[in-house]
Design a protein around this ligand. Structure first.
Ligand code: BGC
Length: 495
């Protein structure tokens, strides 16, 4: 194994093909990923379950049935909670560590689910949704980061994307559970309450897992960090990893010690990284994934499949396709890279949004038998989005920030994701009412075109790079290669 330290080179570890760790070869890291990914499962489940549960909540509470405001609040309170949870979760991760953040999220999840299951009135239910949302927000930042920090760089994308598979799997599961509990006494209480089980399970399993080795090394005990890293790497590679880690932390120590939010915008390399990460998060939502998921029953009905039940079953298929597509993404993200994957995903998304737009235009101008165009658009959309724009933003955000800013910036970018999610969810129907569904899908297509340019201009390729190489990449982008970079960095830090 060699470390290429030629000046100006990336200094990457050349592990040699025989030493490369593969997705399935390190059971310890894979196990850790799956346990951390229960956070993703809860994210997917808690955001997916409400549409089905709401039908039965309306049956039980007349006030909810009669007020669309209450219905909207029950749905969107979790998004509001997630926004706050993501912002606070970033900070919590940096200060308390990734393991503690996961445990805290589990307590909030379990509490929120129990409150909802026992809710005597809609207001207690709304409070429970807020709690669960807080948990979702914290988990959305913590799980990718915890996984990325334990992952060998050559499989990091696939492992972080496994958390996204747990999200899409959680959404699928929530639809299944919704179907399963329709005949059970207490319907929605079960649907919402059962989410306490994975939270408790994750809490118990996390007790056997270590704190993130990178966080430990920086903040607490290097010997504990080394003990964990030695379970992941063989002795040669371990030495290399430790050398890189201590060099990177030394470099950071020469800069600022305390993390300040305004530095995210003032120090150029942090700003560039944050723009790339937050932009990807915003584009993930503004290209319409959640509206397409939400609209899938309507699209299917438009194709001539009349019954509600059939439409629901078909949207189960859409959710299954989304999860299956994520599996493809897990493979591709470390093979073709983040940029190519995002770009090809966006290309498919653009074509499918145009198809959907055309289908709705034709339908509104009285054409019949064009439902199949819409279904084709839907199928193409999910199969394009799921492997790329689903996992890429979460992966990139888990790996582009420096040690000190990983939590803070990751949390802020996740907040951007949740705010964008809420904006799209709240405005889609009124925009569609005002300008028509066809135009609305056309607007989403234009946004997806903008996303292509954004990725081309602002998102670097981070496939296979170590965290230290990624840091160097931003320094080079901010300052240009070679001389002057240290000086400029210090000047920035003095202001
Ligand atoms: C997004 C979610 C979305 C899910 C569906 C995730 O990556 O963050 O908002 O619902 O993908 O595929």
């Amino acid at each position: 194994m060699t470390i290429d330290m030629i000046p100006g080179s990336s200094g990457r570890i050349d592990a040699g093909d025989d030493k490369k760790i593969t997705y399935f070869s390190n059971k310890y890291v894979l196990g850790l990923t799956v346990v951390a990914g229960i956070g993703g499962l809860l994210f997917g489940y808690d955001t997916g379950v409400i549409s089905g549960a709401l039908l039965y909540i309306r049956d039980d509470f007349e006030a909810v049935d009669q007020s669309s405001f209450l219905q909207e609040t029950i749905v969107s309170m979790a998004l509001l909670g997630a926004m706050i949870g993501a912002a606070a979760g970033g900070w919590l991760n940096d200060v308390q560590g990734r393991k503690s953040a996961t445990l805290i999220a589990d307590v909030i999840f379990a509490l929120g689910s129990s409150v909802m299951a026992a809710a005597p009135d809609p207001y207690v239910l709304i409070f429970g949704r807020l709690l669960v949302g807080l948990g979702v927000g914290v988990a959305s930042v913590t799980a990718p980061m915890y996984i990325a920090e334990a992952a060998p760089s050559e499989i990091r994308g696939g492992l972080v994307s496994t958390n996204v598979l747990m999200i899409t799997g959680g959404q699928f599961l929530s639809y299944l559970v919704n179907l399963g509990f329709t005949q059970v006494h207490g319907t929605w209480r079960w649907m919402l309450g059962i989410a306490a089980v994975p939270a408790i399970l994750q809490f118990a399993l996390m007790m056997f897992l270590p704190e993130s080795p990178r966080w430990l090394y920086k903040n607490k005990s290097s010997s504990e960090a080394i003990a964990t890293l030695s379970k992941i790497y063989d002795p040669d590679r371990l030495n290399d990893e430790l050398q890189h880690l201590s060099a990177a932390l030394e470099e950071e120590r020469r800069g600022r010690n305390s993390v300040r939010y305004r530095d995210v915008f003032r120090i150029k390399e942090i700003r560039l990284a944050f723009m790339a990460g937050a932009g990807l998060q915003a584009f993930q939502q503004f290209t319409g994934i959640n509206t397409v998921m939400y609209y899938s029953p309507t699209i299917v009905q438009m194709a001539g499949f009349g019954s509600n039940e059939l439409a629901l079953q078909l949207s189960l298929i859409v959710a299954l396709m989304n999860a299956a597509g994520t599996v493809v993404g897990i493979y591709l993200i470390d093979h073709v890279g983040r940029r190519k994957l995002a770009l090809s995903s966006l290309t498919g998304v653009i074509v499918s949004l145009v198809l959907l737009s055309v289908a709705f235009f034709l339908e509104s101008s009285g054409h019949t038998n064009i439902g199949w165009v819409a279904v084709l658009g839907l199928v193409l959309y999910i199969s394009s989005f799921a492997p790329g724009m689903g996992p890429v933003p979460w992966t990139v955000n888990s790996e582009i920030y420096s040690e000190s800013y990983r939590g803070t910036c990751g949390g802020m970018a996740a907040t951007v994701n949740w705010v964008s999610n809420l904006i799209v969810a709240q405005s889609f129907l009124s925009v569609a009412d005002a300008v028509g569904t066809g135009t609305t899908f056309a607007i989403l297509a234009v946004i997806a075109v903008a996303a292509v340019f954004f990725v081309l201009m602002f998102v670097p390729e981070t496939k296979g790079l170590t965290f230290e190489e990624v840091e160097r990449l931003w320094r080079e982008r901010a300052r240009g290669r070679g001389n002057g970079s240290e000086k400029a960095l210090l000047e920035d830090n003095e202001t």
